[in-house]
Write a protein that binds this ligand. Structure first.
Ligand SMILES: [Fe+2]
Length: 362
């Protein structure tokens, strides 16, 4: 048997906030806007939301201090602000970091929980969450997970619960038009890893596979052009794909790439998408052993000859090098082994397998 859950009301397309923003009136009289420091002010998303809130007579408070890979400290500070401002709902605007932070802030507004229970639950219903992505990668606008850095665990960890599905998502590709080539690459590869990992996961379902293949269809044609000028039409494809890939991981979760990648972000500062991309070819090599049919299907859909061509493309997109000591590798392997991501990987993942993949990065 399998289940399928996607309760988020999704609005997709150019100017979707101006066209359909009046749905926000259902959620209350005052909103907390959660963003990073700059990009929401530059890409037009913040203004589009504030214009709509003003028209609807909804007041707002702004928390614009979400950092990359948000910390527990930041979301607690924002939740205290939200409570003092007596907001009715949260609008999270940006890439994965502000959207994930917004979800946890909404949760902390209704739950008095310590840092341990924050990652384990159970939870009371959070404030309603509205997500507005401004990059095409995370898919957080349609997932039930939020990733935080957890210094107690020494890595990134997810807060996961169906209560964290946003009530609404407004997905407008125009907000991604100014995204830099590097971020366009990193986020597109994150989205591709969601589609492919979800497709290969032990927890994949017939329905999630449909969306995974569709997401790959929309990313494939743009793989080699990510580092140059990306047209609106291509940006629309990438955003559609990242949203579909988000729906995939909402069903299946992620696997070894994400499980191992979190360590490269937490300890070595690589962005999430870049960390995933560096591990991607090795993962596909493993999958060739256990899921050859699905791997062939991935190459077909992406219009690639096979793993060698994929590896070449990834090396061009992400020519990063990394210095890992045996001590690093041992530490990262120990952090990765007990994770859900390992359980979900369709391979007999041992500590040796993980260590050898980290070793290949050097
Ligand atoms: Fe991801």
């Amino acid at each position: 048997m399998f289940t399928y859950e996607m309760p988020t009301k999704l609005f997709f397309g150019k100017n979707c906030i101006a066209q359909s923003g009046d749905y926000l009136a259902q959620l209350g009289k005052k909103a907390l806007l959660v963003t990073g420091h700059h990009s929401a002010k530059i890409n037009g998303s913040q203004q589009a939301i504030l214009d709509t809130l003003q028209q609807l007579g909804i007041s707002w408070a702004i928390f614009d201090e979400v950092e990359n890979n948000p910390s527990i400290l930041t979301v607690r500070r924002a939740a205290a602000f939200a409570k003092a401002e007596q907001v009715d709902f949260v609008i999270a605007v940006g890439g994965g970091s502000p959207m994930d932070a917004g979800k946890v802030i909404a949760l902390l507004c209704t739950n008095e929980i310590d840092d341990v229970q924050l990652f384990s639950g159970p939870y009371k219903k959070p404030l309603p969450i509205v997500a507005v992505p401004t990059t095409s990668g995370t898919g957080s606008e349609v997932t039930k997970a939020a990733i935080l850095t957890n210094p107690h665990a020494g890595t990134k960890q997810s807060v996961t619960d169906p209560l964290l599905f946003p009530s609404m998502a407004f997905v407008d590709p125009t907000f991604t038009m100014g995204v830099s080539p590097v971020v366009t690459i990193d986020t597109a590869i994150d989205a591709l890893s969601h589609a492919v990992e979800g497709y290969m996961s032990n927890n994949s379902t017939p329905v999630s596979d449909v969306w995974a293949e569709e997401a790959m269809h929309f990313i494939g044609p743009h793989l080699t052009e990510l580092g140059s000028d990306v047209s609106y039409a291509a940006r629309e494809d990438l955003m559609y794909a990242s949203t579909l890939a988000g729906i995939v991981i909402a069903q299946s979760g992620t696997t070894l790439i994400h499980g191992m990648g979190y360590q490269l972000t937490y300890y070595k500062g690589f962005t999430h998408g870049r960390a995933n991309g560096m591990l991607f070819p090795s993962y596909m090599y493993l999958m060739t052993e256990t899921m050859p049919d699905k791997v062939e299907r991935v190459w077909d859909i992406l219009n690639l000859d096979g793993l060698d061509e994929f590896t070449n493309i990834m090396n061009k997109l992400m020519p990063d090098t990394i210095q890992l000591t045996e001590e690093d590798i041992d530490c990262y392997t120990k952090l990765t082994m007990p994770t859900r991501a390992v359980q979900a990987t369709a391979y007999n993942v041992t500590a040796d397998v993980i260590a050898s993949i980290y070793r290949q990065l050097r």
